[in-house]
Design a protein around this ligand. Structure first.
Ligand SMILES: Cc1cc2nc3c(=O)[nH]c(=O)nc-3n(C[C@H](O)[C@H](O)[C@H](O)COP(=O)(O)OP(=O)(O)OC[C@H]3O[C@@H](n4cnc5c(N)ncnc54)[C@H](O)[C@@H]3O)c2cc1C
Length: 273
């Protein structure tokens, strides 16, 4: 077992990936994750070749996940009236070595967590845990956790996301405070045969004067389409956001805000459930 020991705050995709990459080089790591238990929540995401190269060549889970999502190279761009505006390259086997992959974030997290289990002698994860105090010395770093216990390591890595405590520690009063940008994202699914796609080639982004709609197949056969859309909504509390989604108010707002947006309004009215 390696003598180096890396401390990582946060067991999201970045923290887990780093721990696996270190383990492959026989370096130990200990992760502190504020959530009570492993969580595989999250919607559909698109992975470009830069991320896939890491998952393939550094982490080694690409072959497990690539057939669980939808592979594609181009995204077609349309106006709200259905005019094709152009296309953009999201992945390219020849130029970048990989097509893009639309896949559930939960599928990636499951594969990473399984891989972490394979390195149980090198990777330890403390769930329901977070760093309260950091003390640096010439030889390493000692962290005090919220329960008062201490752990020593050679270096400490912040992989604790947008509200990172480690970033606050490093940057002090220069640390940026994340603010809500005013746009709320929501997504869902439709079956391919629910919609007459004759005007569109998928994956597609439809631009309207109210905002863009993403329409990306998510299953390997392309028969399930994941849609995603953003609307302008005033900030809410965590409970307020859940109520907004679960009461159906979010979908209602989408339909109202996109009511005059051509093809997009037809999609939001008839197919976005
Ligand atoms: C709506 C949306 C769509 C997106 N779509 C895409 C996409 O299509 N393609 C793409 O590549 N990326 C996409 N992203 C970005 C992607 O989700 C992030 O880049 C990615 O999640 C970052 O991973 P991370 O591990 O750095 O941080 P996170 O996923 O935020 O994980 C941080 C972890 O740290 C934990 N944590 C937080 N605070 C503490 C603390 N104080 N102590 C201990 N643990 C803590 C959290 O619980 C979490 O587990 C999208 C993001 C959003 C919001």
């Amino acid at each position: 077992m390696g003598s180096q020991h890396i401390l990582i705050n946060g067991a999201g995709p970045a923290g887990l990936s780093l721990a696996i990459a270190l383990a492959k080089r026989n370096i130990r790591s200990t992760l502190f994750e504020i959530r009570l238990e492993p969580t595989t929540m999250g919607g559909a995401i698109a992975l470009a070749p830069n991320a896939l190269r890491v998952l393939d060549q550094t982490i080694g889970i690409y072959d497990q996940i690539r057939h669980l999502g939808f592979e594609y190279e181009y995204i077609e761009l349309y106006s709200e009236d259905g005019w094709r505006l152009g296309g953009l390259v999201n992945g390219d086997r020849q130029a970048y070595g990989y097509p893009a992959l639309r896949i559930y974030r939960s599928t990636i997290m499951e594969a990473l967590l399984k891989c972490v289990n394979d390195y149980s002698t090198l990777i330890i994860i403390h769930w329901n845990s977070s760093i309260n105090k950091i003390a640096e010395s010439d030889t390493g770093v000692e962290v005090t956790l919220l329960d008062g216990s201490t752990v020593n390591g050679d270096i400490l890595v912040g992989a604790d996301g947008i509200h990172s405590k480690i970033r606050e520690y490093v940057l002090r009063d220069r640390a940026p405070t994340p603010i809500y940008g005013g746009r709320y994202g929501i997504g869902g699914h439709v079956d391919r045969d629910e919609i007459d796609w004759k005007h569109f080639t998928l994956p597609a982004i439809l631009f309207s004067h109210r905002g863009a709609v993403l329409l990306f197949p998510i299953t390997p056969d392309g028969n399930k389409i994941a849609w995603a859309i953003q609307i302008t909504v005033p900030e809410k509390t965590r409970e307020g956001w859940l109520e907004y989604l679960n009461s159906g108010a979010a979908l209602e707002d989408i339909r109202n805000q996109f009511a005059d947006a051509g093809q997009v309004s037809l999609l939001t009215l008839d197919y976005f459930h």
